[in-house]
Design a binder for this molecule. Structure first.
Ligand code: GAP
Length: 582
């Protein structure tokens, strides 16, 4: 990971935000190559998920929204991590991010200093196995001095009072991983970043930077539906910034406080509506055909379909062979969720979530319908026409089936019978709040995943026998920030340079290219390999026709991964490269 972080900085992919002022925790800036890489990933997602489909529309909503949205969605009350606070320093850590430690507990009754400052409170900290007692005490004094401020005076003059040795522990998670101070009880900590909207900056003006892009899609569902002549099933996709006050941002950009999400809310009919229209709801089984959506698909087939679609997307950007899937168990699932799968990816620090795909029922739209009192129902003509043909017995059978499902619910309150009957009454008239499947991906994680997957090192021996470690970023051509390096063989031959400039001008209208005439050709290839450029074009004397007319206006096209070189006519170059990079 260190090598990847270093490469990202050295070659302009990712920089620490506000670095000249010591950084800003959990936020990152993308340099010239990172910006291109992210843009390519964003475009790949947008094209695959919206442009190339007939059933998905795009949205670009604001980051700031009416705070009522976050109340209705449950974020104000429940979007929290459990945190524990260090009793020495008040530093917080996520309760589930404390790795087990081994050591001996040392306790003090308090501390005092010659300045007259006194701390009359019990202190407990972990002397880690292998740590010298004196360096431990020095550390505790320093931490206390930092916490107490100027009043405590110099750390070395602080006296720790009433030291006692306690238990020796093998795998404790009760001490702060950095400070060693005892951790307090786990308490929920809301992850939303608060801000004020309006000039008075009072509590009445509080709103939040959105912690996900999804809620704006729900809040605009009716506007998109009414303005776009679409029918359920259809989706709304959005790409944009999201903000979370992560307690412990870590692993480079993997868990950041400002990041970008790419989310699709795909709205579907409730299974009961599918059954009324199609006479059945297709059941998923291993090997089921997911290639083309079918009218008899309920939430389960749609959910599987989107897992399959998203997997294909990842294959298309070179991540196919590093994916794993975690299907959440009924215990993991939120009470409203029917299923959720985490698409995991191999990172240098472990296998972690890249994207979540959840079947969320009608929870979100119904929550906004209740809170805003604005109907989120749609009218489905096909459903109404099919329901008219049902007998009373058939209708009652559907109601009884739903009541049995409600009674068998493992989590959450079953819907009361009167509410179920009222819901069916609306359904038989063609009205319902759509259900949703939500594939939700993180752009920054995706960028990190492709860089990590592409990173490789090889050892090379040069002509003088000197060994050198060469870094090659084997980025998929579709996502690579620079698609082609253009190189005149020599920079002091005006004819070569002029031809190379011509080729560069031809290509750069269509793809991001890099022109380089400095250093040896091998060095220039190596520089491009390090930033993942998949192709190199060299203009040499053959291009000028010096070896005969058959090679006139041809160039050497080098392929980064195979190191193969082929001779290509300049007039064929664009046609050859475009399909490979887009
Ligand atoms: N609307 C659903 C939702 O937001 P999530 O699992 O919290 O679900 C979806 O987030 C995706 O957003 C994650 O799979 C991850 O790729 C990305 N993501 C979430 N928190 C992140 C963070 N702190 N830093 C970077 N990416 C994050």
């Amino acid at each position: 990971m260190e090598k990847i972080v270093s490469l990202c900085k050295r070659r302009g992919f990712i920089f620490q935000s506000s670095e000249i002022y010591g950084g800003c925790g959990g936020v990152w800036d993308y340099g010239p190559l990172g910006a291109e890489l992210k843009r390519n990933l964003r475009t790949a997602w947008w094209n695959t998920m919206t442009r190339e489909r007939e059933d998905v529309l795009g949205l670009d909503a604001s980051i700031l929204m009416n705070p009522a949205i976050w109340k209705a969605s449950g974020h104000v009350d429940t979007f929290a991590d459990l945190m524990r606070e260090c009793s020495l320093t008040n530093k917080r850590v996520r309760a589930d991010h404390v790795d087990p430690q081994a050591g001996t507990v040392l306790s003090y009754t308090g501390a005092q200093s010659p300045t007259g400052w006194r701390w009359d409170r019990a202190i407990s900290a972990l002397l880690k196995n292998g740590e010298h007692i004196e360096s431990f005490r020095k550390r505790i004094r320093t931490l206390i001095a930092q916490n107490a401020g100027a009043a405590a005076g110099k750390p070395e003059e602080i006296e720790l009072l009433g030291e006692t040795k306690g238990e020796t522990l093998e795998k404790t998670v009760d001490f702060h991983p950095e400070t060693g101070g005892a951790l307090g009880e786990a308490r929920p900590f809301n992850l939303m970043l608060k801000t004020y909207l309006g000039p008075t900056a009072t509590e009445d003006d509080v709103t939040y930077l959105r912690p996900e892009t999804a809620q704006a899609i729900f809040a605009q569902f009716k506007n998109v539906f009414d303005s776009s002549r679409v029918k359920v099933p259809f989706g709304i996709g959005q790409i944009g910034k999201a903000f979370r006050n992560e307690v412990t941002p870590k692993n480079f950009t993997f868990r950041s406080r400002e990041f970008e999400q790419m989310e699709l809310e795909f709205f579907i009919k409730p299974d009961e509506a599918v059954e009324i229209i199609s006479g059945e709801v297709a059941k998923w089984s291993e090997g089921a055909d997911l290639s083309e959506p079918q009218p008899n698909w309920g939430w389960e087939m749609w959910h599987r379909y989107w897992v399959d679609q998203r997997t294909k997307f990842y294959e298309g950007i070179g991540l196919g062979d590093v994916l794993e899937y975690y299907w959440q168990t009924p215990e993991d699932l939120a009470h409203y969720a029917r299923a959720c799968v985490d698409i995991l990816c191999e990172f240098p620090f472990g296998t972690e979530e890249l994207e979540g795909i959840a079947a969320r029922g009608d929870f979100d739209l119904s929550a906004h319908q209740n809170a805003s009192t604005k109907s989120q129902e749609i009218f489905d003509e096909e459903l109404k026409n099919a329901a008219v043909k049902l007998t009373d017995e058939q209708k009652e059978a559907l109601i009884q089936k739903r009541l049995a499902a409600e009674a068998a619910k493992v989590k959450g309150e079953p819907m009361p019978e009167a509410a179920v009957r009222a819901w069916f009454e609306r359904l038989f008239k063609g009205n319902y709040v759509p259900h949703v499947i939500e594939p939700s991906a993180g752009l920054d994680r995706m960028a990190l995943a492709v860089i990590a997957k592409a990173f490789s090192e090889t050892e090379k021996t040069d002509e003088k026998g000197k060994k050198e470690t060469i870094t090659v970023l084997r980025l998929h051509p579709r996502v690579a920030p620079i698609k082609v390096g253009v190189f005149p063989l020599l920079k002091n031959k005006p004819e070569l340079v002029a031809k190379a400039r011509e080729v560069y001008a031809l290509l750069k209208k269509h793809m991001n290219c890099f022109y380089d005439e400095t250093a040896s050709i091998g060095r220039r290839y190596a520089r491009q390999d390090e930033v993942g450029t998949p192709f190199g074009v060299t203009i040499d004397f053959d291009t000028l026709g010096e070896k005969g007319p058959e090679l006139l206006d041809t160039v050497t096209l080098r392929h980064r991964d195979s190191n193969e070189q082929e001779r290509v006519k300049i007039s064929d170059l664009l046609g050859k490269l475009l399909p490979l990079v887009s």
